[in-house]
Every structure is written in structure tokens, then in C-alpha cells.
Design a protein around this ligand. Structure first.
Ligand code: NAD
Length: 461
């Protein structure tokens, strides 16, 4: 992958700003046309995109199709079909005293948006802020991840072909290129990635007072009700953990299981594991790889250092960037496995006495991006929801809350702030401009009292 020359970066930003100021991106019909082109881009290049994702992530075609291409096209269609409603100006609620000014809220694009993207869902996560920012009438600089080189390169080729070379520009690069981008003034920065880099992005944005949206990660807990269907929980949790080899911001990170059913849950996961991979995961076409050797090494370190019992897997092949699906029971709460976001196919199972201990465990840590619960008991689910905080809350299902039509997606606190998806994403990239238009006659009728010289009889009190 050829990186964008550093000296070109300020010129690219300048040209995006000039295009924005030309007013070209403002008509809603123009935005809809670009959204349509985004849809064609994905649909007409399906095989090339699947191949690129396979090359970057060793990901099975079916997984990429169902969890990356299909949601991207669905979101584009949803945005295309609704943007005319979202972009409409709104009248302020009627109040007699201000009604002469006809107050209304104009939905205006913020300007030129910088979108920085991680490697794990390089297509979906590029298009999510892109479609919302274009729908809102902005121009966009997209910086995809250097760790997904095949997909990033393909996007850099396809985007100008389908969207033209003026309203969206792709900069290819890594830390140096992103650092250069972050030295510049933007109207909004949408960052998706790790908490570590989010701190760098936020500090750089603060220098220019740029508003930032952060879509981050963290450790997503699963809380188990001892009376829940453990077979169902095991199947969904193990699937949710192993999709994209665990490299998903909403992957279950660890399971809090009541001690009395811990062995039963582990038995069920073992059964599910042999059903999923009868020939073993290393030979299976249904299990992906880790994107880089560095990440493979990092995850291998977590496994090596664990004080827990390795129940399933544990083996790593660095050269093949393979980490076996790994189940760890009884890790210590202090070890790196229970401190860092795992972002790989390793699942710690932590015993607790009861739901109160599980809730206290979650609340003693950072607010997660999503909290999962398995229970058929509505009061159990309500108690967990009411006594915890998280970006999203999902009962009896893994990952699929991301596919639920129309829901906001985002973290809270250290797992992120703001949203870049759907209508909520449109709002993120939109400035709500309060506008009035006052007629002249109001001075004669009422407002002449405001003018000096003030004297006692024209003052209200
Ligand atoms: P990352 O933070 O390492 O990289 C993300 C982007 O930041 C890349 O484009 C990269 O080039 C850039 N970058 C990296 N180091 C930088 C630096 N020092 N200065 C400036 N820019 C830099 O993240 P990643 O490893 O690609 O992705 C994994 C992380 O992303 C996980 O923490 C995961 O939870 C999170 N994530 C969150 C969401 C979400 O929607 N909440 C979605 C996917 C991934």
C-alpha cells in the first residue's frame, strides 16, 4: 500500500474545504445521488471487497458478506431514503412573545470532516461516518487503517470512481500521516479505534477546538442468570466471541457466571465448540485470523500470562497469525487478560456468587460499550439494566444489537462519546443553526421600548 505523501495532506484538506464552500454538497438531491453511488460501489465490487477482507483478516466470505457488506448497504439505503426528512428545517415551538421572529432550526452541514478508521471492520466502519457526513452535506477526508491494507487500498481506488474526486478524499497512511492530519483544522473529527489513540486524537483536536466523536472499545461483560438457558447462552456467546476472531468492539470480553452453574456453562461451550469446528478451528473455513503479527503476539501474551485454567485452545501460530479459540476459567482479576480489552478469540469465565456481585464487578470498571445479559427473567434483566451503565444493553443476543434498525450506536464515558451511525450520525455532522427573521412593523407595535434613551415610563418595571 502506497502511503499519501505528507506534503499533499494540507493541500487535500484545502481542496475539500474549497469544495464545501462552493455549496456543491448542500442540495439534498446531490447528497442522495452520492449515497446511491456508495451503494453501487459496494454492490458492484462485492467479490473484490470480500477478497480484500479475506486478505486482511483471513475472514470467511460468509462472515464478511453478512456482517460487513450487507449492513453497509442496508445503512446506505436507510440513509438515502430518510435524508430528505432529517435535513428539513424545523420550526421552534410556538410562543406568542417570539412568534413574530418566526424562529426555526436550520440543519446545516458542519463543513469538512476528518474520519479516522480502525482495521477490524474496514469497510463498514469507513462507510458509517462517510455516509452520515455526506448525508449531512459535508465534505470528508477518510483515513482508513494501514492494518487493513488490501481493503484500504481498494477503497482509495473505488471511492473516486464512484463518488468523484472532490467531496471525499482518501488519505492512506499510518501514525505519521494521521499525525499530520491532526495538526490541521477540521470542522469535526470522527474517530473509531482504541482508547490509547483516542487520547492523542482528543488532545490534538482540543488545540483547534474541534468537536470530536469517539467510537471506542473496552471490556464488554456478559452476565449470566443461573436459571437461564445455558445451552443457548453458550452457543451465542461462543459465536459472538469467535466472529472475526474476536476482533470486534462489541465482542463479549468476559463472562460473569454464578459459581453454581460455571461447570455446566463450560461443558456447554465445549459441546458448541466441537459442533462449530468438527475438523478443529485451525483447519476450519469458518474461523478468521488476527490482522497483524503484533496483535497475535499481544494476545499470545495474554494467554501465556494467565493464572486461570485453559479449558479450550490456548495455541498460537505467529506465522499464520492464528490464535485458537480459547476458553479460560478462573483468571485473576488483576492479570492483563482481565485488565485490557482482549480483541481476540479468548474468553475468560469469571465465577461470582450472585447477580449483585456481578453488578459490583462491572461497576468497579470502566463503562463498557455493551453489556450482555442472559436471562429469561424480566426482573433479573431489569435489575442489571437499572444498576449498570454501558453504551448499549443486549439481552439474550450477541452482536446483533448493531443490526437493529434505527438504534443509536455508541459508547459512554471511556467506551466512547457521540454517534456516527444513521440518523444519530446525521445529527453529529449537522450544525443546528437557530434562525430568526424579524419584520420591521414589530418596532412600531411593541419593540420600540428597547431603544435609548431609557426613561422610567418605557421600562417594564
Ligand atoms: P487504533 O486506535 O490502533 O487505530 C485506529 C486508527 O488510528 C488507524 O487509522 C490508525 O492509523 C490511527 N492511529 C494509530 N496510532 C496512531 C497514533 N499514534 N497517532 C495517530 N493516529 C494513530 O485501533 P485499531 O487497533 O485499528 O482498532 C481496534 C480498536 O478499535 C479496539 O479498541 C476496538 O474496540 C475499537 N473499535 C471501536 C469501534 C466502535 O465503533 N466503537 C469499532 C471498531 C473498533
Amino acid at each position: 500500500m502506497q502511503f499519501t505523501p505528507l506534503e499533499d495532506i494540507p493541500k487535500i484538506r484545502e481542496s475539500l474545504r474549497n469544495v464545501f464552500h462552493s455549496g456543491k454538497t448542500k442540495p439534498v438531491a446531490f447528497r442522495q445521488e452520492k449515497l446511491k453511488q456508495m451503494g453501487y460501489l459496494v454492490q458492484e465490487n462485492k467479490q473484490a471487497l470480500l477478497d480484500a477482507l479475506k486478505s486482511d483478516l483471513g475472514r470467511p466470505y460468509l462472515e464478511s458478506d453478512v456482517l460487513e457488506l450487507v449492513p453497509t448497504v442496508n445503512d446506505i439505503k436507510y440513509t438515502h431514503d430518510n435524508v430528505h426528512k432529517w435535513a428539513r428545517s424545523e420550526s421552534a415551538p410556538f410562543q406568542f412573545a417570539s412568534s413574530s421572529m418566526r424562529p426555526k432550526v436550520m440543519k446545516e452541514p458542519k463543513g469538512t470532516v476528518l474520519a479516522i478508521i480502525p482495521y477490524n471492520y474496514p469497510l463498514f466502519l469507513s462507510f458509517t461516518p462517510l455516509m452520515a457526513a455526506i448525508a449531512a452535506g459535508n465534505t470528508v477526508l477518510l483515513k482508513p487503517s494501514e492494518l487493513a491494507p488490501a481493503t484500504s487500498q481498494l477503497l482509495a481506488e473505488l471511492i473516486p470512481k464512484y463518488l468523484g474526486d472532490d467531496i471525499v478524499r482518501v488519505v492512506l497512511g499510518a501514525v505519521e500521516e494521521t499525525t499530520k492530519l491532526l495538526e490541521l483544522q477540521w470542522d469535526h473529527i470522527a474517530y473509531t479505534g482504541s482508547q490509547r489513540v483516542a487520547r492523542i486524537v482528543s488532545a490534538a483536536a482540543a488545540k483547534h477546538l474541534i468537536p470530536v466523536t469517539l467510537e471506542l472499545g473496552g471490556k464488554n461483560p456478559v452476565i449470566i442468570d443461573p436459571k437461564s438457558d445455558l445451552r443457548l447462552a453458550a452457543r451465542r456467546i461462543w459465536w459472538g466471541k469467535l466472529v472475526n476472531a474476536g476482533q470486534i468492539c462489541v465482542s463479549p470480553d468476559y463472562v460473569l457466571v454464578p459459581r453454581e452453574v460455571q461447570d455446566q456453562l463450560i461443558t456447554e461451550i465445549n459441546l458448541v465448540h466441537s459442533e462449530f469446528f468438527p475438523e478443529g478451528p485451525a483447519e476450519s473455513d469458518s474461523f478468521g485470523r488476527i490482522a497483524t503479527t503484533n496483535h497475535t503476539q499481544r494476545i499470545a501474551g495474554l494467554i501465556k500470562e494467565t493464572k486461570g485454567d485453559i479449558i479450550i485452545g490456548g495455541d498460537v501460530n505467529l506465522g499464520k497469525r492464528y490464535v485458537a479459540p480459547t476458553l479460560v476459567s478462573n483468571p485473576s482479576a488483576e492479570e492483563p487478560l482481565m485488565q485490557e480489552e482482549i480483541f481476540g478469540p479468548v474468553l475468560p469465565v469469571v465465577p461470582v456468587e450472585n447477580v449483585d456481585e456481578a453488578i459490583a464487578f462491572v461497576n468497579a470498571r470502566q463503562h463498557p460499550l455493551v453489556l450482555y445479559v442472559f436471562s429469561q427473567d424480566s426482573s433479573f434483566k431489569a435489575k442489571v439494566a437499572a444498576q449498570t451503565q454501558s453504551g448499549a444493553f443486549a439481552a439474550n443476543e450477541l452482536l446483533l444489537h448493531v443490526a437493529a434498525y434505527g438504534l443509536p450506536f455508541g459508547g459512554t464515558g471511556p467506551s466512547g462519546s457521540g454517534q456516527v451511525r444513521g440518523k444519530y450520525g446525521f445529527d453529529t455532522f449537522t450544525h443546528l443553526r437557530g434562525c430568526i427573521d424579524q419584520p420591521g412593523w414589530i418596532d412600531t407595535a411593541l419593540l420600540w421600548r428597547r431603544y435609548p434613551p431609557y426613561n422610567t415610563w418605557n421600562q417594564r418595571v
